[in-house]
Design a protein around this ligand. Structure first.
Ligand SMILES: *[C@@H]1O[C@H](CO)[C@@H](O)[C@H](O)[C@H]1NC(C)=O
Length: 305
């Protein structure tokens, strides 16, 4: 589904097709996050981190530091194999009276090379899963297909837990490819659950998932959406805007320990503290920043400790 490409080949093609700015849109408003706001992200970061743990460690919630940081969480559906299907879990989080769905990400170097491929395919969403979404809404077809592999199974479990736990809240989290899957899940849950269920999505190091019409749909349907980017991570800047991709609102950019800004609007390269001007092209990115630390918490396979 995400075949290996030559990173250098993909990047060399990218340079010749670098985007050109034609207009100077209004600058995005940026505000500094308070330390309590930053601290409040930690449980979500730990859920995203836990999704990189093996299914055997997730059973019974024994995945080490990430699981210990979220006492009382009860996973009821764990699936995927970390290969053909990203690992995921669904469960109930008593501390927030919320059902939580988390998706694993993928190897970052390989991921960047796939996302800088100029022959990326975009497709409309399957209206059997996303009822009423118009055909001008396009998403990366690899993300769409990966999401579809587990969507109905996860939705059934979410419905069961909402009823069993008398909850009206669903939280979606993920990092990297897992962030893209969480973003698609956030829209999917919004369209398939009763309107009195609150949907919250928090993603980390998430690539662009779809076109501007998709980003606008996320903005309008999932208002409680945050995507947290770390320093010079190139992943949130791919696939390129020149290929028609766009990010939704809700950007938070970590500049350093205890220092993060909230960036208003969609990603349009108009503010120096937000992701695009920090990483104007993938060469200026640092893929290690993709792993964090997100306020002291690193996310990735090697950080399931
Ligand atoms: C939530 O529902 C699940 C599924 O029925 C159950 O196993 C779990 O004990 C419930 N949790 C709480 C805190 O009630």
């Amino acid at each position: 589904m995400f075949p290996r490409f030559s990173l250098l080949l993909a990047l060399s093609v990218l340079v010749t097709a670098a985007p050109v700015e034609h207009s100077t849109p209004d600058k995005r408003a940026v505000s500094t996050l308070s330390s309590s706001e930053l601290t409040s992200f930690a449980p979500y970061t730990q859920f995203a981190r836990a999704a990189y743990c093996s299914t055997s460690k997730l059973q019974g919630w024994k995945c080490g530091d990430a699981c210990n940081a979220l006492p009382g969480f009860q996973p009821t559906l764990i699936g995927g194999d970390g290969n053909a299907i990203q690992i995921f879990f669904v469960g109930f989080w008593p501390a927030q009276n919320s059902v939580v769905v988390a998706h694993e990400g993928t190897d970052p170097t390989q991921f960047v090379s796939v996302l800088t491929d100029l022959n990326i395919l975009t497709d409309p969403l399957d209206t059997a899963l996303f009822p009423g979404v118009p055909s001008n809404v396009l998403v990366h077809d690899g993300f769409r297909n990966a999401h579809a592999l587990t969507a109905t199974k996860i939705l059934a479990e979410v419905k069961k837990l909402l009823a069993a736990n008398n909850s009206k809240k669903v939280t979606l989290v993920g990092h990297s490819l897992g962030g893209a899957l969480a973003e698609l899940d956030a829209l999917y849950m919004t369209l398939n659950l009763p309107s009195d269920v609150a949907i919250k999505a928090m993603t980390f190091g998430t690539p662009r998932v779809g076109n501007a019409a998709f980003a606008e749909l996320i903005d309008s349907k999932v208002p409680d959406f945050k995507r947290i980017n770390n320093k010079k991570d190139p992943v949130p800047t791919v696939p390129g805007r020149f290929l028609g991709f766009a990010q939704p609102e809700g950007e938070v950019h970590i500049l350093g320990p205890g220092n993060a800004v909230s960036c208003s609007g969609n990603d349009d390269a108009t503010d120096a503290q937000c992701q695009i001007q920090t990483v104007p092209n993938v060469f200026e990115g640092n893929i290690l920043d993709h792993l964090g630390p997100y306020e002291g918490i690193s996310i990735g396979t090697i950080f399931c400790t």
